[in-house]
Ligand binder design. Sequence first.
Ligand code: SF4
Ligand code: SF4
Length: 421
Amino acid sequence: MLQVLASKLDSHLLTSLNACVRCGLCAESCVYYQASGDERMIPARKVELLGSIYKYYYRPQARLLPVISGARAINGRTVTEMIDLFFGACTGCGRCEPHCSIGVAIAHVNAVGRAMLSEAGLTPASLQSTVNAALETGNNMAIPTDEFVDTIRWMEEEMQDEISDTRARIPLDETDVNVLYTLNPREPKFFPLSISAMAKVFYAAGESWTLSTRMYDVTNYAFFSNHAAESRLIAERLRDEVFHLRAKTLVLAECGHGSRAFRWEAPNYLGHALPFETLTSVELIHRYITQKRIRLDGKRLKERITLHDPCNLVRSGGIIQEQRDIIHRIAEDFEEMTPHGADNLCCGGGGGQLAMSEYNERRLKIGELKADQIRKTGASIVITPCHNCVDQLSQLNFTYKLGVRIMTLAELVADALIFDQ
Ligand code: SF4
Ligand code: SF4
């Protein structure tokens, strides 16, 4: 753990560990503190925890007076607290950072804490088993390839029926295409209609595209455990599949952390810039609309609709306006949540929380804030371009009896497509 800390101690981290002025402004920005009122969950307290370990090992005088300095050694008690706060009380949503009066990189500090734990084999077993499934089988749900292919063929038939064209296809393992498209394994496992929704978008755009049977998983759960070698290995596999199929552009399915882990973090893992274009599906759909490659039945939706912004897309990726432009083309009655966009509240499903069942109660409790936001909009449909958010919002819908429909952006767009005959 100390080796990991040493390897991450650059000026960015050092400043964050030493700069907190205890103003408390970050407290209300965090869904964990807002929902619980528990002072241990204040973002600054998470920084303080790692800062106390730093002091113990890097400032000998602080070690001599631990009661005054707050310096703490790594031991069983500290590790238990680290696991509870870094894994169990932070989704890595990043909302606290712009709320900090002096710019402490709170989410980054938390991620370093996770990296120290994961390198020591202390990632919660529930999260590590999801990482292991991806490492061992190529997808985090361990879906066998024949089962995956059957689902794709089934969705292909559904699509052909719906658009009355037996030539409409969901291509598998085709080479020299423009687009290699990825999926969140939740799609073939639980939400196959979102696969045919995006296939309809590709069909309408006349795109040359394919899915891969070897590596289609857009997720990277090692990004959540922040294990360097494992997150790099998953990113390498996706990169290599683009090379293998000689695709021009990699398009990342609707998945906030998957988009961040590959589009923005993979160059760090891989040690080089991505040598091909990489886009999120939100950007691709937006591009199709602006280039007039797809046509939508404008303002066809009369029901009130709202949008949940995945933290990783808006705060890490700056993809804020594209999804709104798309929705405005389709929906007559669009009501934003308060707050929204770059200041949006995390739904509670990020940071690997959906995989860590031991924190389920906490996850649903912090999600109550999102449930209240949704209820206040009066919307009957909630759009979110992230399958992890879909899962959390669906559970919030059930728990807090919201009575709304949760849809991905591709599903909304597919329903509004105008197909040229
Ligand atoms: S990153 Fe999000 S969940 Fe984590 S401390 Fe900051 S506001 Fe709280
Ligand atoms: S807002 Fe920043 S400086 Fe203030 S308590 Fe929080 S982390 Fe410390």
